[in-house]
Design a protein. Structure first.
Length: 62
């Protein structure tokens, strides 16, 4: 009782299917070595990702 049924268009279902397929292909080409949280913890202090920039050394951005 009170169940909500959400309409999902055919184009939205296709979009979701394509995204899942693309992720599966990406993971088969670049398998995740270890969880992201563990990778961040092991990153050297001189190379940390900040937003879209990589900080190297004493505040130099590339």
């Amino acid at each position: 009782m009170g169940e909500v049924v959400r309409f999902v268009s055919k184009s939205e279902r296709e979009r979701i299917r394509l995204i899942r397929e693309a992720r599966a292909i990406y993971d088969s080409v670049f398998p995740p070595a270890e969880p992201v949280n563990e990778q961040r913890d092991k990153a050297p202090a001189t190379q940390r990702v900040i937003g879209t920039n990589v900080q190297r050394g004493k505040g130099v951005f590339s």
